[in-house]
Design a protein around this ligand. Structure first.
Ligand code: ACM
Length: 762
């Protein structure tokens, strides 16, 4: 090709690429970064007149071409025709051609004479089409677009580039799952591990066992959310019908995404056992407990009839999901019920199983045999190693990488999904604007920096690493939008780690591509978390009643521009360099820019000296960090709910440096949450302070072990499920003090929490 000969070779590093090709209208911003990318002079004009060509009779290519046309119509408003045959002489068209690399690999060349995507397999053609789509969506906007001239050779680093979605804790709509699959496909992610079963709900219609969904798919939410306006129990949940699943599996397959279903066993099984108590060890499973989070004791028993049930379920599962792999869970099966049951112990003895680990191994291996009889492979969480691995089993390593190392040493394949880096329920920054989740921060950079070539493994052992995966556990993702926000953009970082070569580790260059990524996610209609890019404010007292405002984004990417007085910050606005001194009622607007492009939203701040008197629960210092959550209030049941920053093992907050020289009035907005956490004996370690009044008090101490200087009775606030306010006087003390705030209570249920505190000097 003439184009190929005229190409200017540029290293894959897009940083270098930027410098070398100043003539390009828009610098190339593809994610994941291709293996080899060279740029050339010129460009290709993509417009509604452009046509997509496939060879006559190439049904697969035609399908991919139609998908590309649909996507361009939806996201850019361009209506391209798909044509069988070749472009007319002189026509610059888009050609999907066969040949070249196999598997998911492809080549793409674009220039004034057109775009050619070449791949041997459908998957490769599809990914070439996704790269073309990315070239067309580097900037927000609709209508014609100029694509840079490039030559790309591309192939994945790993075969398993996965996202796990937990639909058991909270069910998502099929539309949301489709949108997430679209966004996965656009970033060359190819595996959706679908967590369909857990203690809280069974989400898959099984024809032979209707009670799995009639009973097991519905629960009554904990706390205030569990009662309607007339005090009746709320039925919460739902499930996916087999027709919906078939459609979704096909939708995903068309986008090169394999859905791997997970049917949890032998633990995390309360929901099915509530539907069919004979599956369990003990009769009378506690149906109400399905609104709890944590690790439950409810296990399947070892009866033949239970294995027949599981085989029947898996038969229907395998009929629905053509994936090579079927995930059987295996994690966190505390064996207390098996240990305590004489019947289970007798069965174990008869089977020659020396302990409960061997019993779990027997359980998983027996199920594994059924899967292999139908040509499928078993995958499970790393606990399936305990007591002996099933032949051919693949280990999903989540408790660090030890499981992966052990599996590889035994010659088994493994998928890396270690806590905490690959756990998307961890929040993305320490900003109070983050959605509910776990208190630990796993930033976009943390995910980007994850190295899927563990140093603990030899080169040979690393060959067993078939890929990596991040997991969206949804205990604290009640809405679909929150799920999307926790998943993106971190999955974009994982996509690069999973697809691009090991040498692609340039965080600064990844940042340069983020504005394009946000434009794409906007075009796809998928929510994402921009908070870590946005300027956050820290206020402190300045002279003469003024306020000093420090601005910083938690990812510290790009530059912050700001305007005082209400106008929109642009690249022409002042660049933030040092804290600003602002007067009362000044309006500050600030935004982050990367390479001249805005990243994230404009942040507004109205300055008021009184702002310094109030701190939210997120701004107060936590007394400890044992099990810290950003925990959503369970009330009110409709409308916005508070999100508390709380260590549920020690609910306690510190106001640092309070000036008590004149005494103060403390006003606290407080809420309460049900204690719906199954944490075993840990619950007894939560400190309880005896109340002096029937409803308890908010105690104020000088340091957490120090003198109690005030106790504000909760009174009727203790019975208010939503937020309410209490106030009281704090006596004068010399100097500044760290005030420790905690509640007295007879029980951990409910747990009281601070939403915000105002401390006004007398
Ligand atoms: C897990 O996080 N329990 C796999």
């Amino acid at each position: 090709m003439t184009l190929a000969r005229s190409l200017i070779a540029v290293l894959v590093s897009a940083g270098a690429l930027l410098a070398a090709v100043p003539a390009l209208a828009a610098p190339v911003a593809l994610t994941p970064l291709p293996v080899k990318l060279t740029t050339a002079e010129g460009s290709f004009s993509l417009s509604a007149r452009s046509r997509i060509f496939v060879a006559r009779g190439d049904v697969e290519a035609r399908g991919v071409a139609t998908q590309l046309a649909d996507l361009l119509r939806r996201t850019r408003g361009l209506n391209l025709a798909v044509v069988e045959g070749a472009p007319r002489a002189g026509e610059a068209g888009i050609v999907l051609a066969r040949g070249g690399p196999a598997g998911e690999a492809y080549t793409l060349q674009s220039g004034p004479s057109g775009v050619t995507i070449t791949a041997a397999r459908r998957a490769g053609l599809f990914y070439g089409a996704m790269t073309l789509w990315q070239l067309a969506t580097q900037e927000a906007g609709r209508g014609p677009v100029t694509l840079p001239a490039v030559a790309i050779e591309d192939a994945p680093r790993f075969g398993w580039r996965g996202l796990m979605i937990d639909s058991a804790r909270h069910l998502q709509s099929v539309e949301t799952l489709r949108a997430i699959i679209d966004a996965m496909a656009a970033h060359k992610l190819n595996t959706l591990h679908w967590h369909l079963v857990d203690d809280q709900g069974w989400r898959l219609e099984i024809k032979k066992y209707p009670k799995l969904t009639e009973v097991g798919a519905w629960r009554v939410p904990a706390g205030a959310a569990g009662r309607d306006a007339r005090g009746r129990p709320v039925r919460y949940g739902g499930y996916y019908t087999q027709d919906q699943v078939r459609d979704l599996v096909a939708y995903a397959a068309a986008r090169n995404v394999t859905i791997v279903p997970e049917i949890e066993m032998p633990g995390h099984a309360l929901a099915p056992i509530v539907g069919y108590p004979a599956l369990g060890v003990n009769p009378n499973p506690p149906a109400m407990d399905r609104n709890n989070w944590g690790i439950f004791p409810w296990l399947y028993n070892l009866d033949d009839s239970t294995f027949s049930f599981l085989n029947d379920v898996l038969d229907e599962v395998m009929d629905l999901f053509p994936s090579d792999y079927i995930h059987v869970g295996g994690d966190e099966a505390v064996k207390d019920q098996w240990k305590a049951s004489p019947k289970i112990q007798a069965q174990m003895k008869a089977l020659g199983l020396k302990d409960e680990h061997e019993a779990q191994s027997y359980f998983i291996q027996r199920v594994g045999k059924h899967l292999s009889a139908r040509g499928r492979r078993l995958i499970g969480w790393d606990e399936i190693l305990e007591g002996g691995l099933a032949p051919n089993a693949t280990v999903m390593s989540w408790r660090g990488l030890e499981g992966a190392v052990a599996a590889a040493r035994q010659g088994h394949d493994t998928v890396l999904s270690p806590w905490p880096l690959m756990y998307l329920d961890n929040r993305q920054s320490a900003s109070p604007d983050e959605p509910p989740g776990r208190g630990r921060v796993v930033s976009l950079k943390d995910v980007y920096d994850f190295d899927p070539a563990p140093a603990e493994m030899t080169v040979e052992e690393r060959k067993h690493v078939i890929g990596l995966q991040a997991n969206a556990w949804t205990e604290h993702m009640r809405t679909d939008r929150r799920l999307e926000t926790m998943v993106f953009p971190r999955m974009v970082a994982l996509a690069e780690r999973g697809w691009s070569p090991a040498t692609t580790t340039d965080w600064a260059d990844f940042n340069r591509r983020m504005p394009a990524e946000f434009a794409r996610l906007d075009a796809l209609g998928v929510a994402y978390d921009a908070v870590p890019f946005e300027p956050q404010t820290t206020l402190s007292a300045g002279a003469d009643g003024k306020v000093t405002v420090a601005l910083a984004s938690s990812l510290a990417i790009g530059e912050i521009r700001y305007a005082v007085g209400g106008s929109e910050p642009t690249m022409a606005s002042s660049r933030y360099q040092q804290p600003l001194v602002l007067a009362a009622n000044d309006k500050l607007r600030a935004r982050t820019f990367v390479d001249g492009r805005p990243l994230g939203r404009i942040r507004d701040l109205s300055v008021h000296p009184d702002s310094l008197l109030t701190r939210t629960g997120h701004q107060l210092k936590a007394c400890s960090d044992k099990l810290t959550l950003l925990l959503e209030d369970d009330a009110p049941t409709t409308g916005d709910r508070a999100v508390f920053h709380i260590d549920i093992m020690n609910p306690c907050w510190i106001w640092e440096g309070a000036d008590l020289s004149k005494g103060a009035v403390l006003t606290a907005r407080i809420g309460q949450v049900p204690f719906n956490f199954q944490i075993g004996a840990e619950r007894d370690r939560i400190p309880l302070r005896a109340p002096a009044t029937p409803e308890g008090e908010l105690e104020v101490r000088l340091g957490c072990e120090g003198e109690r200087i005030a106790a504000l009775p909760l009174g009727k606030a203790a019975r208010e499920p939503a937020l309410s306010t209490i106030a009281g006087k704090i006596p004068a003390r010399d100097g500044r003090h760290d005030l420790c705030l905690m509640f007295t209570s007879k029980s951990v249920d409910p747990t009281f929490a601070i939403d915000r505190v105002t401390l006004k000097p007398n």
